[in-house]
Design a protein around this ligand. Structure first.
Ligand SMILES: *[C@@H]1O[C@H](CO)[C@@H](O)[C@H](O)[C@H]1NC(C)=O
Ligand SMILES: *[C@@H]1O[C@H](CO)[C@@H](O)[C@H](O)[C@H]1NC(C)=O
Length: 366
C-alpha cells in the first residue's frame, strides 16, 4: 500500500482535497421546498472538508480552490461557486429538503444577509481534516478555526437578534461534520508526519479523539443535534486507483486495502457516537460508505456508466487547478460517479442525500 507514497504525496499536496459522498440530478429551478412534515429545525451549520465546503476557500490563500469552470457547470447559472463538483452538495439538498433554503452559503462570504446567516452556513474548508496537521499541509482552515468562526458567528447574531433568540436558534439547529478522508489520504498515507509514529489503527483512534473533542466543543456551544459523516471507500477514488495500479488505464478496480481502513474507522466512529449520547442531545452517524459502494458495484441502478474516473480531463488525476477551463469535460456528468479524480458529481451527491433521507426523517420527526 505504501509503494506509491512518494507519488501520492506530491500529487496529493498539489491537488487533492478529498472526499465524501452522492445520487441523480434535480432541476435547480425547482424552488418548491419539499417539506414532508412540520419540522422545527431552525438552521443548518456545516463543518469539514471539500465534501461540504460551499466556497470558503474562495476567500483564503490556498491552491485548493475550484472557483473557475468547469466546476459548477450544472449549478444555478453555471456559477463556479467554490463547490468541488458540477452542481450542488448533499448539504444543499438536505437544507432544501428540510425547508430551510436551496443552498447553504459559505460563512466567509462577506455579503450574507441576516436571513442567510440565521438559516445556516458552511464553515467547511476543502482540504481540511480532524488532524490539525492535515489543514496545514494544504494551507486551509482547520476544524478548530472553523469552530472559532462559529463562535464569531454567534456573537454577530447576538448583536443582531439578541442573545436569547440566538440560543434558541442554535438549540434547534442541525450541525453536520464531514471530514476524515484528507487525514488518511493527504496526511497519513502520503507523508511521514503521523505515519512515522502511529500505526494505522493508532491513527484511527487519534482521529476519533479529535472527533470526540469537536463534538464536545459543539455541544458546549449549544448544539443539540449533531450528525457526523464517515469516510467513503477511500480506495475507490480515481486518483488513488491511478496511483496504485501499474497499468492504471487498463486496471481501475478499487484498492481494497485503502477502503478497509476507512471502513474500520467508520465502525469505530459509529460506536463513539453511541457512547457519547447524553440526554437531550442527538448524535447521529451518517453513512456514505455503503451507499457510494453500492453505486460503484451497481452503476446501472443509478444511471452511471463510469465508476472509476472523473468527468473532468483524463479523469485519472485532475482535481482543483488541474481541472480548469482548458480541460476536456465529459458530455453528461450524470453518467459519472466522479466529477474530478477526487470528488463526486452532483448526481452522486443527490443519491447520497437520498440514502441519508431516512436518517434525516427520523431526526426531524423528533
Ligand atoms: C404543518 O403546519 C401547517 C400550519 O400550522 C398546517 O396547516 C399543516 O397541516 C401542517 N402539516 C403537517 C404535515 O402536519
Ligand atoms: C444524462 O445521464 C443521465 C443518467 O444516465 C440520464 O438520465 C440523462 O437522460 C442524460 N442526459 C442527457 C441529456 O443525455
Amino acid at each position: 500500500m505504501r509503494s506509491s507514497c512518494m507519488f501520492l504525496q506530491i500529487m496529493v499536496i498539489l491537488f487533492i482535497t478529498v472526499t465524501n459522498i452522492g445520487a441523480q440530478t434535480q432541476p435547480l429551478t425547482n424552488k418548491k421546498l419539499l417539506r414532508p412534515f412540520n419540522n422545527t429545525i431552525s438552521a443548518l451549520f456545516v463543518f469539514g472538508d471539500s465534501t461540504v465546503d460551499s466556497g470558503n476557500n474562495n476567500y483564503i490563500s490556498t491552491v485548493i480552490k475550484c472557483n473557475f469552470p468547469p466546476y459548477g457547470r450544472d449549478f444555478l447559472n453555471h456559477i463556479p461557486s467554490g463547490r468541488f463538483t458540477n452542481g450542488r452538495l448533499v448539504t444543499d439538498f438536505a437544507a432544501s429538503y428540510i425547508g430551510l433554503k436551496e443552498l447553504v452559503p459559505p460563512y466567509l462570504d462577506p455579503k450574507l444577509s441576516l436571513e442567510e446567516l440565521m438559516t445556516g452556513v458552511s464553515f467547511a474548508s476543502a482540504g481540511s481534516g480532524f488532524d490539525p496537521i492535515t489543514a496545514q499541509l494544504s494551507g486551509v482552515i482547520p476544524l478548530q478555526k472553523q469552530l472559532e468562526y462559529f463562535k464569531e458567528y454567534k456573537r454577530r447574531l447576538e448583536n443582531a437578534i439578541v442573545e436569547e433568540r440566538t440560543k434558541l436558534l442554535i438549540s434547534k439547529a442541525a450541525f453536520l461534520v464531514s471530514a476524515g478522508t484528507n487525514d488518511f489520504l493527504v496526511n497519513y498515507f502520503s507523508t511521514q508526519f503521523r505515519s512515522k509514529t502511529y500505526t494505522v489503527s493508532a491513527y484511527q483512534h487519534f482521529l476519533l479523539q479529535h472527533v470526540q473533542q469537536f463534538v464536545q466543543d459543539l455541544l458546549a456551544e449549544g448544539a443539540r443535534l449533531i450528525g457526523v459523516v464517515g469516510v467513503p471507500p477511500l480506495g475507490c477514488l480515481p486518483v488513488l486507483i491511478t496511483l496504485n495500479h501499474h497499468s492504471p488505464l487498463q486496471h481501475r478496480e478499487c484498492i481494497d486495502s485503502y477502503s478497509a481502513v476507512g471502513k474500520e474507522y467508520n465502525w469505530h466512529l459509529q460506536n463513539l457516537l453511541k457512547i457519547m449520547r447524553i440526554h437531550g442531545t442527538q448524535l447521529v452517524y451518517g453513512d456514505i460508505y455503503n451507499s457510494l459502494n453500492d453505486m460503484i458495484q451497481n452503476p446501472n441502478h443509478y444511471g452511471f456508466d463510469d465508476v472509476s474516473s472523473g468527468c473532468c480531463g483524463s479523469g485519472l488525476f485532475e482535481a482543483a487547478i488541474f481541472c480548469n477551463p482548458n480541460s476536456i469535460v465529459c458530455n453528461n456528468a450524470s453518467e459519472y460517479i466522479f466529477w474530478d479524480a477526487v470528488h463526486p458529481t452532483q448526481a452522486t451527491y443527490y443519491n447520497l442525500f437520498r440514502s441519508l433521507r431516512p436518517i434525516i426523517d427520523s431526526v426531524i420527526k423528533q
